[in-house]
Design a binder for this molecule. Structure first.
Ligand SMILES: Nc1ncnc2c1ncn2[C@@H]1O[C@H](COP(=O)(O)OP(=O)(O)OP(=O)(O)O)[C@@H](O)[C@H]1O
Ligand SMILES: [Mg+2]
Length: 464
């Protein structure tokens, strides 16, 4: 439940609001500025409802303004809704000027206030998503190989990459499938002194066993049936560059022995050949299997393991990366919207909840694939859980808007907002066309947008 702080000296109003809002929000009450500030620090609510006239100057706005500026100093993103008396319109406008989100004239009508609060919460959430995205763009100015990440574990990964890149030490990358092992291997190469030389990946699990030796070391003409000409091995191609041994856990034991010998001596011989060929390469290996188990079962040689794992680097599963999930989702949203020339801008609240709660067994690769599909499937500008392939029911409206009986005024407002938003979306932000479609003039359409606090780009999360 989102938290709301109410600061009002009137016991009646506090109680009325608490009763009215407690079904949707977790409500915290304060009766003075000082109490309000200390509860604000403690609970960090996204929305505050603040009385303009507070003691000891109940009949002026001094305390209300003081409180507002302290709140916005503490958190510039907080949404403060001012509660004002009817005669205080000018001060209410001044409060907006000082950074309040909205004002509302007493006496409070719960159903109306709920709509204002729901919008404030929704906007706060969207702004937060946007900040996360901006942070990600700043965090990767050079793109660290296009690896997106902000969580502590990924920051450690970046710093390890930077540290190991300049040396030639072998790096051993572990992590579940789809966590970005190959991406990291390429980033190590691209950050290293060998970056202008080749990066040669070999997928040890994908090549039939009888062809592996030749793939690694090459072969001489006539070395075996079908060897019509002399062929260079991948190792030789990696000379001066980086050799990436993917799925090294799948390498058959006899080849593990040969690979170890190469790593110790830096020399290869082609299959069927006698010439010693010196190869200078840096190795980066990756696996998603449990290596210590493979070693104890005799499937992986311990001596090879020690040789290739001077530095080991573990990539956490996506479900353990916290806000990185949303960060990556937004990154892919932008990437694929551009690629497919679609105007998809944002996630619905329920889509965000889905992204956060799903377990992502296929990790970043799965998120990438689902986002690609979502952008292709999405019909409007907002991605729903259904677009993401969720089997849960999609909820188009922000979850915070309570269902139930609305006052006529509230119902009319909601219908207006929905129709305006839909018309803007259908007409690709062309206000003239949207207005024509709804049968009103352009100025009237703008008035309606203003009345409901709508902006053309609201609540888009992509800054263009
Ligand atoms: N942090 C990240 N930021 C951006 N893209 C990522 C990130 N991690 C992975 N990807 C993308 O996800 C996909 C899978 O990554 P990658 O192939 O590196 O995973 P892997 O760990 O090697 O998987 P596997 O074990 O299945 O081989 C790629 O398209 C990659 O570009
Ligand atoms: Mg891989």
């Amino acid at each position: 439940m989102d938290k709301i702080l109410i600061i009002d000296d009137s016991q009646d109003i506090r109680q009325q609001l608490k009763w009215g809002l407690a079904d949707v929000y977790s409500v915290v009450l304060a009766e003075s500025v000082n109490e309000g500030i200390s509860l604000f620090k403690k609970h960090q609510p996204v929305v505050v409802i603040l009385d303009l006239g507070l003691p000891p100057h109940e009949h002026s706005s001094v305390e209300g303004f003081r409180c507002l500026s302290e709140l916005t100093d503490l958190n510039p993103h907080v949404k403060v809704i001012m509660l004002t008396g009817n005669s205080e319109r000018e001060n209410a406008l001044k409060a907006i000027d000082m950074g309040a989100y909205d004002f509302y004239a007493k006496p409070p009508v719960i159903s109306e206030l709920k709509v204002i609060i729901a919008r404030a919460v929704h906007l706060a959430n969207i702004e937060e998503q946007n900040r996360i995205l901006q942070k990600s763009l700043q965090a990767n100015p050079g793109g660290m190989g296009g690896i997106i990440g902000q969580c502590q574990e990924m920051l450690t990964v970046f710093s390890t990459i930077r540290k190991v890149a300049v040396s030639d030490v072998p790096v051993f990358i572990t992590g579940e499938s789809g966590t970005g092992k190959e991406l990291v291997a390429r980033a190590i190469h691209d950050t290293s002194l060998r970056k202008k030389q080749p990066f040669i990946p070999i997928n040890c699990g994908a090549i039939p066993e009888n062809l592996l030796e030749s793939e690694f070391f090459g072969h001489e003409k006539g070395a075996f049936t079908g060897a019509h000409s002399t062929v260079q091995g991948k190792l030789q191609f990696a000379h001066k560059g980086t050799l990436f041994l993917d799925e090294i856990g799948e390498l058959p034991v006899n080849l593990q022995v040969k690979l170890l010998r190469f790593l110790q001596e830096g020399i290869i011989q082609r299959v069927g050949g006698r010439e010693d060929i010196a190869v200078d390469t840096r190795t980066v290996c990756a696996t998603n299997i449990d290596v210590s188990k493979a070693i104890s079962e005799g499937k992986f040689r311990e001596d090879l393991f020690y040789r290739v794992s001077v530095i080991s680097l573990h990539l956490p599963p996506l479900r353990e990366r916290g806000d990185d999930i949303l960060l990556l989702a937004h990154y892919f949203l932008r990437l694929f919207s551009e690629e497919y020339k679609k105007r998809v801008r944002r996630f619905s609240a329920s889509a965000v909840a889905y992204l956060k709660s799903y377990s992502w067994p296929g990790n970043v690769r799965e998120l990438r694939n689902r986002m690609q599909r979502a952008i292709i499937m999405c019909e409007g500008s907002t991605i729903t859980p259904a677009d993401l392939g969720s089997d849960q029911e999609s909820e188009e409206l922000p979850q915070q808007i309570p269902s139930g009986i609305y006052s006529l005024r509230e119902a009319r407002s909601r219908v207006e907002i929905e129709m305006i938003e839909a018309a803007i979306e259908r007409n690709a932000d062309n206000i003239q066309k949207a207005a024509e479609e709804l049968g009103v003039s352009r100025p009237t359409f703008y008035d309606l947008m203003k009345k409901h606090g709508l902006r053309k780009d609201w609540p888009g999360v992509i800054v263009e």
